[in-house]
Design a protein around this ligand. Structure first.
Ligand code: ZN
Length: 494
């Protein structure tokens, strides 16, 4: 039985005890001695590493955020402050004898070069990905070989949680990019020994190239960004392609709209694939790992199953920074327990979760690891356009996105922000661009969009406009952009 198999069934109290031990060691043997940023932060707040003994003690520490990683005038490479940087002297000072002895033994038996190699394998950056998001500066995150090994481990755990068969052949259509999603799938395939074809997504091979590759492979599992996967399947239906080999679909990198799983299942049924499992996943650059939902008969949104030995999640009130009670809404805060190279700690993800963290055993798979509610609003989408004040009401645009993505009659959509009369001092206006399913009436679609917006968001779009599917796909840059353009800010700059 692997450590993960044991851990995922442990009672909560035992998981917490293990986390306390890991946290204590991580802070005193890695974070404080080797992280320039966090050592300074601890010192500045008068906190000594031995004060952090339990998960609850984390609340003594200040939060950090992406803002802290961004370049400043005096420090254009601020991200380097977050890389664990041991040297022989700090290693000697920070590590207890039980950690130093094996190194000394290795030095006697295999020489100094072999010890250097071992330290390099643990700490030296050898791989990187970037944070995404169009408005914010991308920040590099480095991995040492140790971290790459973690990426393999989380890869096998993802396969385990989703219950994918190791004989499954995987089609990975995430964009080929230095982004976590693509590489998490790549390393999962490597670790689980699964045949994985990474096409690079629509921008590299085009949807027709992707579909040819998937049918030739007879792929069992299709993995990609929700919007692109949906587009690909719709294209397969239009071209009469046989995708009956597909047994599961894994969606990542963006939030999955509530109705999208059902739409994907319907399309796949048309393509000859039945009883397909559709999973949402959650990961982010700074975590350097991803988490998944588990299978259910009706593709329920089961929450993302966490790895308590690799990370601690807290949920805070984003206004006060205080930890909220279990199960309450708030912002996710991430603390790793085995990270090397680029390391953040008590890090505000910016992602808002409705329903917080769940600690009761999963009613579907019985695992006892905590789960993050699937109802998550990603920071990247919030950041792009923030919350918008329209006619005195705050509108969360991602909620609008979720509504549109879930409507069965809507094929594609884009939300455009304008100013009334194009006057920068006037009020904001929302225009919803739609292309609807064949046979759906535009009047009916307009009416249901207005009603849904009114009842769920308390606003009504100023206009609903219609476009043919091809023009709409062009408008959102489906196969030409790295990320679909779902929100267009056409407000004149002041
Ligand atoms: Zn489960």
């Amino acid at each position: 039985m692997t450590a993960w198999q044991r851990l995922q069934r442990l009672p909560r109290a035992e998981q917490r005890a293990a986390q306390n031990a890991l946290l204590q060691r991580y802070v005193s043997e890695y974070l404080y001695p080797f992280s320039p940023y966090y050592r300074a932060l601890f010192d500045q707040h008068g906190i000594s590493p031995d004060q952090i003994k339990t998960v609850d003690d984390l609340q003594r520490l200040p939060l950090s955020s992406k803002q802290d990683l961004l370049p400043t005038d005096t420090d254009p490479q601020r991200f380097k402050q977050f890389i664990l940087q041991p040297d022989p002297a700090s290693l000697k000072k920070a590590w207890p004898l039980r950690k130093k002895l094996p190194l000394l033994w290795q030095k006697w038996t295999h020489g100094e070069a072999s010890v250097r190699r071992r330290v390099r394998d643990e700490f030296a950056p050898s791989f990187m990905t970037f944070t995404t998001g169009r408005s914010a500066e991308p920040v590099p995150f480095f991995y040492s070989p140790h971290d790459i090994q973690n990426l393999h481990d989380t890869g096998t755990r993802l396969v385990d949680v989703m219950g994918l068969d190791s004989d499954y052949k995987i089609a990975n259509v995430f964009p080929y990019a230095p982004h976590l999603a693509f590489w998490q799938v790549f390393f999962a395939g490597q670790a689980a020994g699964m045949m994985t074809l990474s096409t690079g997504g629509g921008k590299v091979m085009g949807s027709s190239g992707d579909l040819r590759a998937i049918t030739r492979l007879r792929a069992d599992t299709l993995i990609g960004v929700p919007g692109y996967v949906y587009h690909l399947l719709r294209r397969a239906v239009a071209d009469g392609i046989d995708l009956s080999s597909i047994k599961s679909v894994v969606l990542g990198a963006e939030r999955v709209p509530p109705g999208l799983k059902a739409k994907i299942v319907d399309l796949l049924a048309t393509l000859g694939a039945h009883d397909v499992s559709v999973f949402g996943t959650y990961g982010f650059t700074e975590a350097r790992m991803a988490f998944a939902e588990c299978p259910t008969k009706d593709n329920a949104y089961t929450g993302y199953h966490l790895y308590p030995d690799l990370a601690i999640f807290e949920v805070i009130n984003p206004e006060t920074g205080e930890v909220v009670p279990d199960g309450e809404d708030g912002e996710l805060v991430f603390t790793p327990l085995k990270a090397r190279a680029s390391t953040v700690f008590r890090y505000r993800t910016g992602d808002r979760v409705r329903g917080g963290l769940r600690y009761e055993p999963c009613p579907h798979c019985g695992r006892t690891v905590p789960r993050i509610s699937s109802d998550l609003t990603r920071e990247s989408s919030l950041k792009d356009l923030q919350l918008l004040k329209v006619k005195g009401t705050l509108v969360n645009l991602e909620d609008a996105a979720m509504l549109l993505g879930s409507m069965p009659e809507v094929e594609e959509w884009q939300i455009e922000l304008r100013k009334k009369d194009d006057d920068p001092h006037e009020v904001d206006e929302i225009v919803v661009h739609l292309s609807v399913k064949q046979g759906c009436s535009e009047d009916v679609a307009t009416k249901s969009v207005r009603e849904l917006f009114k009842s769920r968001l308390e606003i009504s779009p100023n206009q609903v406009e219609f476009l043919g599917l091809d023009s709409m796909l062009q408008k959102i840059g489906m196969e030409t952009e790295m990320k679909e353009k779902r929100f267009l800010d056409a407000r004149p700059k002041v």
